[in-house]
Design a protein around this ligand. Structure first.
Ligand code: MV4
Length: 509
């Protein structure tokens, strides 16, 4: 067993890992950036090391600094939490090379699952259903068109090293392929440093259902049921729940078995998640694998009684799983709400600042994971998640009622939060009936009292990227949609257009 674990993360997840360490008799070691000098995660650990300035690149993402700190502190292992370095193969490789246990899968597995084409190929070979589409990188518009004709329109062009929704572009017919490919490649290059793309059939209004998997080093692999994650906005999950309202015992057994087979196909070790898209007819397709502990793990903990973080640490320490598949019994229903320091009335702009006061909800079945304290600062440098509120009930109805009350009890002063917005979703009649899909929030924004708004920041980044791209090209035509008024005005302001029509901006060198 480990003596000391360095926790390469911050906020509520660092606290969550600290708690698991304490229960296992392991000394938790914290690292903190300049902005986190007074952060709770640093105070609650046995030791805390300052690792650099507030910018993530120079602190929580600095592989060298973190590996060095693990060595200096005498830590046997590093837990990366989620985000930051959790899925970076090079980080896992550096840990392996320095005889520090990376609490997660091998660098090889991280690398394999980071390449979405490689993941699709592997799953296809293992007999796991994948979304119809290519299992090779596509280069030319002709190749894309040929594939589109095979699988049928609409199609979705995706980045091979993508994930999290960047570099996704749909095309409803052959005429839309040129523009969709250009934009997908641009965004892929800007976001992932790689232009490679592939194509899938676009599933319309699918549900996003994921299975939690646990795999030890001795060949024991089990699943802990599903989480319904369809309630999201701009690829940020807002509310997760388990079980999904479309799940039956037979369906869970079938999908769960596929999830376990998928994990075995990549020799997976650690906790991980198989993401599936489920279409209206109930057909399911492997989408991606998340090779880390996830934000929403706590609802699975509530219905299974399994401490996922403790199991993850035990697996890394080469222990056997504490459970067999038959031991896993799902009890009741649980919801998770992500409370972000964002202002829903300002297009969900980050709302950093000093928390002058707050009250957390409680009562039967309510769990709050947070690193808030009165007087704490919410820095602009990091993810805006400030608390996770989970509610358990015997039934879905009871869990929803408890969550509505919990969100009403929650108050945070000093920064804006998404709590009231989440409560409006929970009050929606369609939500109440479980009629949800991945477009649910977007389509109902107006009824929740908010305008659907283009994210100005995204638009500015795209405009800047296009400008850079064009300045490197000697010739060519790039067509960008002018339906987006902000992008159109930014583009014109940059003096980058010499043609403008109602439906498009056309730039000709
Ligand atoms: C899809 C899809 C529909 N059809 N693929 C979005 C993030 C990226 N990792 C995969 N995503 C999607 N892929 C096909 N072939 C719809 C989405 C999608 C989505 C997926 C999961 C959760 C939320 C989503 C929101 C919008 C689109």
């Amino acid at each position: 067993m480990f003596d000391k674990i360095l926790i390469a993360n911050r906020g509520e997840i660092a606290l969550r890992i600290t708690r698991a360490c304490r229960e296992l008799g392991i000394k938790p070691v914290a690292v903190f950036s300049e902005a986190d000098r007074n952060a709770l995660h640093a105070r609650y650990a046995d030791e805390a090391y300052h690792i650099g300035p507030s910018q993530p690149n120079q602190s929580y993402l600095d592989i060298q600094k973190i590996v060095e700190t693990a060595k200096i502190s005498g830590s046997d292992a590093i837990h990366p939490g989620y985000g930051f370095l959790a899925q970076i193969p090079e980080f896992a490789r550096q840990c392996e090379a320095n005889n520090i246990v990376f609490i997660g899968p091998s660098s090889r597995t991280l690398h394999l699952m980071g390449n979405k084409i490689a993941a699709r190929k592997t799953m296809k070979q293992a007999g796991i259903p994948i979304v119809p589409g290519s299992i090779e990188t596509l280069e030319t518009e002709d190749e894309v068109e040929t594939l589109a004709e095979q699988v049928g329109y609409p199609i979705l062009i995706k980045a091979v090293y993508g994930g999290g929704g960047k570099g996704l572009r749909s095309a409803r017919n052959a005429d839309e392929i040129h523009q969709a490919m250009e934009l997908a490649k641009l965004e892929a290059e800007a976001s992932f440093g790689n232009v490679k793309i592939y194509v899938e059939k676009l599933l319309e209004r699918p549900r996003h259902i994921e299975f939690q998997v646990l795999a030890d080093k001795h060949g024991n692999t089990i699943h802990l049921g599903e989480r319904e994650c369809s309630i999201q906005r701009k690829h940020q999950k807002l509310i997760e729940e388990t079980p999904s309202s479309i799940m039956t015992e037979e369906k869970r057994a079938l999908m769960g078995e596929r999830a376990v087979e998928a994990a075995k196909a990549v020799d997976y070790v650690s906790v991980g998640t198989m993401e599936f898209l489920v279409d209206k007819g109930g057909a399911f397709y492997f989408l991606e694998m998340n090779t880390r502990l996830q934000v929403e793990h706590l609802i699975t903990e509530m219905v299974t009684g399994v401490d996922i973080v403790k199991e993850q640490i035990l697996i890394a320490a080469s222990e056997n799983l504490g459970y067999k598949q038959n031991d896993i019994v799902l009890n009741g229903h649980a919801l998770n709400c992500r409370i972000n320091a964002e202002d829903p009335s300002k297009g969900f702009a980050a709302s950093p600042g000093n928390v002058t006061n707050f009250h957390l909800p409680g009562g039967p079945g309510v769990r709050v994971d947070t690193a808030l304290y009165v007087g704490c600062d919410i820095p602009l440098f990091y993810d805006s998640l400030i608390a996770k509120v989970a509610a358990w009930g015997h039934s879905r109805e009871e869990a929803i009622l408890r969550m509505r009350n919990a969100l009403q009890e929650l108050s945070v002063e000093g920064v804006e939060t998404t709590a009231s917005f989440l409560r409006r979703i929970l009050m929606d009649k369609n939500y109440e009936q479980g009629h949800i899909h991945t477009c649910f929030v977007d389509e109902r924004m107006n009824s929740f009292g908010f305008q659907r708004e283009d994210d100005l920041e995204d638009v500015a980044i795209l405009a800047a990227t296009l400008a850079r791209y064009l300045s490197n090209r000697r010739q060519g035509t790039v067509v960008i949609p002018s339906r987006n008024r902000k992008l159109a005005s930014l583009w014109k302001a940059a003096g980058r257009t010499n043609q403008f029509s109602g439906s498009e901006l056309r730039w000709i060198h």
